[in-house]
Design a binder for this molecule. Structure first.
Ligand code: PMP
Length: 358
C-alpha cells in the first residue's frame, strides 16, 4: 500500500519562510511598492497579451526581455539570466554552485532566504556575523572567508532587514578574499547610493569574474505580483543557471510584463525618488520618538522601541490596523521591527499609531 514517506530529515527543523498575511488597512510588512505600475504599462500588457500564441511554449531563453535588461545595465544579453522572482534566481545559483559537499557564507542578520535556500539545496551554511550596528567588518569577513573557503558568499546591499548599503570598500574586500562566487543581492538596489554593478568591468579580463548581482522587479518596478527577477554576471554563470532551471520556466506573460516595464524607466525613477523622500520623513519622525533606528538606503526602516517590547508595539500597531514586520524574535534583532515605506497617507497612519503607543 502506498504511504506518505517522512520528509527529508535535513528539512524537518526548517519552518519555511513566511510573512504572516494578517488583514490590515495599512500593510507595510513586505517591502512592496505602495504604487500600482503605470496605467499605460497595464494597457500595453493587455494589448500585447492578445497576440501571444498561448498554445506554444514561451521563448525559452527570454531573448527580448534579456536584451532589454542588458540594455538598461550596459551589458550583453548573455550576461543576464531571468527567473520567477530573484528568489528563483538565487535558487538556480545554489542548485548550480551549491549542494552536498559545498558551502555558502552569510553575514547575519540578513535576508533569511539566503541560508534557507542554501539548506534546501543541501548546501552547508557558514555563518558570519555583523557588528552591533549591523556592519560587516571587512577584516573579520576576510579572515572568515580565508578560513572557511565557501563556494558562495552572500552579501545583501542594502541589507534586508537592517537597511544599510554595503560600502564599496567592504564589497571589494569580500571580493578579494572570497574564493568563489560573491552574490550581491540588490533587491533594493535602486533605492541606494551605489551599486555593485559598477564593479563589473568588461570582458575579456574582468576584475571580479565571480561577482553576481541579483535584482528584482518586485520592489521599485511595482511588479511583485508578476514574479520576475534577474542576475547580471559572467556568461558562464548564466549558462550554469540555464542548465539547472526547469525548461520554459518563465511564462510568456512574465516575459512580456518585464519587457514592457522597461519602457517606463522614468516613471519608475520618479517613484523611487518619492519613496526616498518619504523614507527621510519617516526616519526623521522616528528620530523624535523613543526608538533606536538605523540609517536605511532601502524602502524600509528597522527600528527598536526603547520603552516597550517590540512584540507589544507590533500588536498595538495591528490593533490600529497597521501591519509591519515583527523581527523581534529573530537572532541578532531582539526587539526590532521593520516598517516598509508606503504612500504618504499610509506612513502618516503608521507614525500616528506609533506615537499613540509610545
Ligand atoms: N532579496 C531580498 C533581499 C529580498 O528582500 C527579497 C524579497 N523579500 C528578495 C530577494 C526576493 O524578491 P523576489 O523573489 O520577489 O524577486
Amino acid at each position: 500500500m502506498s504511504a506518505i514517506p517522512s520528509i527529508r530529515p535535513d528539512l524537518q527543523l526548517s519552518a519555511g519562510y513566511h510573512s504572516p498575511q494578517v488583514e490590515a488597512e495599512v500593510r507595510l510588512n513586505t517591502n512592496e511598492s505602495p504604487f500600482a505600475p503605470p496605467e499605460k504599462w497595464s494597457e500595453d500588457l493587455l494589448a500585447a497579451l492578445g497576440h501571444v500564441a498561448f498554445n506554444r511554449y514561451p521563448d525559452r531563453p527570454a531573448t527580448a526581455l534579456r536584451t532589454a535588461i542588458a540594455g538598461l545595465h550596459g551589458v550583453a544579453p548573455e550576461e543576464v539570466f531571468c527567473a520567477n522572482g530573484s528568489n528563483e534566481v538565487l535558487q538556480c545559483l545554489l542548485l548550480a554552485y551549491g549542494g552536498p559537499g559545498r558551502s555558502a557564507g552569510v553575514f547575519e542578520p540578513t535576508y533569511a532566504l539566503h541560508s534557507h535556500i542554501s539548506r534546501l539545496t543541501g548546501t552547508r551554511v557558514i555563518e558570519g556575523h555583523r557588528t552591533e550596528d549591523f556592519r560587516i567588518e571587512p577584516t573579520v569577513a576576510a579572515s572568515l572567508l580565508a578560513r572557511e573557503q565557501p563556494d558562495i558568499t552572500f552579501l545583501c546591499s542594502p541589507n534586508n532587514p537592517t537597511g544599510r548599503v554595503e560600502p564599496k570598500a567592504t564589497v571589494e574586500a569580500v571580493l578579494a578574499a572570497a574564493p568563489g562566487l560573491v552574490i550581491v543581492d540588490e533587491a533594493y538596489g535602486q533605492f541606494a547610493s551605489w551599486s555593485a554593478l559598477s564593479l563589473r568591468t568588461p570582458t575579456p579580463t574582468p576584475a571580479h569574474p565571480g561577482l553576481v548581482v541579483t535584482r528584482t522587479f518586485s520592489k521599485t518596478w511595482a511588479m511583485a505580483g508578476a514574479r520576475l527577477g534577474y542576475l547580471v554576471a559572467d556568461a558562464a554563470v548564466v549558462s550554469a543557471c540555464e542548465a539547472v532551471v526547469l525548461p520554459y520556466h518563465l511564462s510568456a506573460q512574465t516575459q512580456l510584463a518585464g519587457t514592457l516595464a522597461l519602457r517606463y524607466v522614468d516613471e519608475m525613477e520618479a517613484r523611487v525618488a518619492l519613496i526616498a523622500e518619504e523614507r527621510g520623513r519617516v526616519a526623521a519622525a522616528l528620530g523624535d520618538l523613543p526608538v533606536e533606528s538605523w540609517p536605511s538606503e532601502a524602502n524600509f526602516i528597522l527600528f527598536r522601541p526603547s520603552s516597550q517590547s517590540g512584540d507589544k508595539v507590533w500588536h498595538g500597531l495591528l490593533d490600529r490596523s497597521v501591519l509591519i514586520r515583527n523581527c523581534s524574535t529573530w537572532d541578532g534583532l531582539e526587539g526590532c521591527l521593520r516598517v516598509t515605506i508606503g504612500r504618504p497617507d499610509e506612513n502618516d497612519r503608521f507614525l500616528t499609531a506609533l506615537k499613540e503607543l509610545l
